[in-house]
Design a protein around this ligand. Structure first.
Ligand SMILES: Nc1ncnc2c1ncn2[C@@H]1O[C@H](COP(=O)(O)OP(=O)(O)OP(=O)(O)O)[C@@H](O)[C@H]1O
Ligand SMILES: [Mg+2]
Length: 349
């Protein structure tokens, strides 16, 4: 059986003109009884029909298809594409063209889906952003208005109100700094300056820096037993410091009074080191675990604790670790504690 699906324009023209030529030739043979004339007519009609049909195909159909091709594969054709349109496309069957167009449509659909999800993400982002800014701005407005309306002359409250306003200004500054950091990390604007350093030394530095906060809640910070042996990694020290500060701050904020923060360092294989910061605090319910690295995401208990925070810390950590080509993960159980771990590359000589 003739497969009519995959015929090229040349084949189609030949077939059609043959179908036209045969009855005409048969007619001449029967009527005139001459094989010779019938053969000549067969050839003539076939050739004429072939050229005519092919021309019509070329002029009215292929040219239009080429135009559509140019449109869907974006405006101006390069030299190679010109060759493609000129020499390869005419040999393509209509079915192959259909497949090409279907593929193109699928690509476009995927692109549109990405754009739509970006759009939803952008809306959500703006909503979160204005929400995060509203709280400190309204607080500052409240304190300033109260001061202006007379409280400035009341020595019992004036300094306190100013201090509260300053605290909220600081919160806004932190928010802007965090946003700035995220934007830079996302756009890849911030290059990594990698160097060899000992993880435990950096961890101790972070424990030291945050000792005022941890001491105020009587939280004990330590390096896990058996993990004291110095391990050298190759990473951007400043940025890893930022990650550790975020993790230890979280472990303090969401830890319990008189609790413990433990850092552990393991060489997982030749090329990787795993660093974990664990606490014995409030923990995170399972339904939140997959989302805590998202921008602005805070669990209900994170919010209700009313400890200033915008939910950007872990998102920054994730960006930094991923920029290093490494991974970050969380294990947690409500009322038992949380451990956040990330990998880094081992020392490079
Ligand atoms: N160690 C932890 N124990 C319990 N919950 C945590 C812990 N670390 C993070 N979380 C939860 O994950 C959320 C996101 O953390 P993230 O550090 O991104 O934001 P944040 O600490 O609320 O604010 P920011 O870090 O921007 O000041 C927190 O709000 C909290 O609900
Ligand atoms: Mg945080």
């Amino acid at each position: 059986m003739l497969n009519t699906k995959n015929l090229s324009p040349a084949h189609l023209s030949a077939l059609t003109s043959l179908m036209l030529a045969i009855p005409v030739a048969v007619y001449y043979m029967v009527l005139q009884g001459s094989w010779g004339i019938a053969l000549v007519v067969l050839l003539a009609v076939f050739l004429f029909g072939y050229v005519l049909i092919l021309y019509v195909f070329e002029a009215f159909i292929n040219r239009k298809i080429k135009l559509i091709y140019k449109f869907i594969y974006q405006t101006k054709a390069s030299k190679r594409e010109e060759m493609y349109y000129k020499y390869i496309l005419p040999q393509k069957t209509i079915d192959e063209v259909r497949l090409d167009v279907e593929k193109w449509a699928e690509q476009r659909k995927a692109q549109i889906e990405v754009l739509e999800s970006n759009e939803a993400y952008r809306k959500q982002f703006l909503q979160n952003l204005s929400h995060e800014f509203k709280t400190p701005i309204f607080a500052i407005q409240g304190y300033v208005d109260t001061l202006l309306n007379g409280a400035i002359d009341d020595p019992n409250v004036n300094k306190k109100f100013l201090q509260n306003a300053a605290k909220n200004v600081e919160r806004m500054v932190n928010l802007v700094n965090d946003l700035d950091a995220i934007t830079k990390l996302e756009s890849g604007e911030q290059p990594l300056y990698k160097q060899n350093f000992v993880v435990q030394d950096l961890v101790k530095e972070v424990f030291e820096t945050l000792s005022i906060k941890t001491n105020s809640r009587n939280i004990k910070c330590s390096i896990k037993k058996g993990c004291e042996q110095p391990v050298t990694v190759f990473a951007d020290k400043e940025k890893i410091l930022q990650v550790l500060v975020n993790l230890v701050e979280n472990a303090t904020k969401y830890g319990r009074n008189d609790g413990n923060i433990t850092a552990s360092v393991y060489k997982t294989d030749e090329n990787h080191v795993l660093i974990e910061i664990g606490d014995d605090g409030i923990g995170i319910a399972e339904e939140h675990l997959g989302r805590i690295f998202e921008r602005f995401y805070r669990t209900d208990s994170g919010r209700s604790r009313n400890i200033g925070g915008s939910g950007l810390g872990l998102s920054i950590c994730k960006h930094i670790i991923e920029a290093h080509g490494q991974t970050i993960h969380v294990r947690s159980k409500p009322d038992v504690g949380t451990t956040i771990g990330f990998t880094l590359a081992s020392r490079k000589d």
